[in-house]
Design a protein around this ligand. Structure first.
Ligand code: NAP
Length: 274
């Protein structure tokens, strides 16, 4: 990364550990990273493994930072922000990045002030293994330098995708955020299909997960559309065509589209809770 800023993570949970791990692996200097958390076990681990600065004091880490990443659970966010607002000077000079699900930018303005620069990021769980798909959104007055800084930071744990507004972030959450669960469900049902026919569970799992990974890698590397890729492995009259026919008869495309819409609706409902 070219743009090195003092960055403070509030909360040292799973996501913070992955993001900071990814940043450090990409060459971000550990001495510019600060992490705070109420209990010390995760802090000690991060200090030992990554060499970052740690503290149990949110105010201490936030005060000396140029960028603050809010990484606590959504239900704690208003209290954490109120504490920062009360004790951290010049909050408007710092870039605020939040990874909490469901809390809209207007809320952060209520919590932290009208003039803060805020970027919302929606990572997903594969970030934990460096294969995340993070959605990002911000307001028009946030400048490219801030956008680029956050893009690079989250590229350390996978790929990033900027969306135009928070409604789109709800859609991204319903596809990329919830998507791993859909794929696990699908993989599980494929494996069970093989097991019903007498396949050993471990072998069924190994077969399914590698096939899934291979298909995703092919989709990534190919210039063909997903539809064309599907056609390519579906010879007329062959066994794959028979399998695909069942999916179409049972209307898998409609089921998937409905699942996405249901998850978007839930994201919108949850946004009203905060
Ligand atoms: N995990 C995901 O896949 C995912 C995806 C998208 C978005 N997110 C969002 O990312 C955020 C963090 O998720 P996570 O999975 O990393 O959660 P997590 O593992 O539960 O981490 C939350 C951390 O916050 C700490 N904490 C609690 N109170 C605090 C306070 N007052 N000040 C500072 N830190 C405090 C907790 O410490 P103690 O354990 O010591 O209490 C814990 O280490 C959430 O808002 C979530 O919505 C997560």
């Amino acid at each position: 990364m070219n743009d090195i800023r003092n960055i403070a993570f509030i909360g040292a949970g799973n996501m913070t550990q992955s993001i900071v791990g990814g940043m450090c692996k990409s060459g971000y200097p550990a001495e510019s990273v600060w992490v705070s958390n109420p209990s010390t076990d995760k802090l000690d681990k991060m200090k030992t493994e990554l060499g970052v600065n740690t503290s149990q004091d949110n105010i201490a880490v936030a005060s000396q930072a140029d960028a603050i990443v809010l990484a606590v659970k959504p239900q704690l966010m208003s209290d954490v922000c109120a504490h920062l607002k009360e004790h951290v000077e010049n909050l408007n000079d710092k870039l605020i990045i939040t990874i909490a699900a469901g809390i809209r930018m207007t809320k952060y303005h209520q919590y932290l002030g009208d003039d803060i620069r805020i970027i919302r990021v929606m990572p997903n769980t594969p970030s934990l293994v460096g294969q995340g798909m993070s959605g990002l959104v911000t307001e028009s007055r946030v400048e490219d330098a801030d956008r680029n800084f956050v893009t690079e930071a989250f590229n350390g744990v996978g790929e990033t995708l900027w969306v135009e507004d928070e409604d789109q972030l709800d859609i991204l959450g319903a596809v990329a955020g919830s998507g791993p669960a859909y794929f696990f469900e699908f993989m599980d049902s494929l494996a069970k299909g093989a097991m019903e026919l007498g396949f050993d569970p471990d072998k069924a799992r190994a077969m399914v997960q590698q096939t899934c990974l291979g298909a995703a890698q092919m989709a990534k590397e190919s210039e063909l559309t997903l539809e064309q890729l599907r056609q390519q492995v579906t010879s007329k009259g062959g066994s794959t065509a028979k399998g695909v026919e069942v999916y179409q008869q049972k209307n898998l495309p409609e089921i998937s589209a409905e699942a996405v819409k249901a998850a978007v609706r839930r994201n919108q409902e949850m946004a009203k809770l905060f």
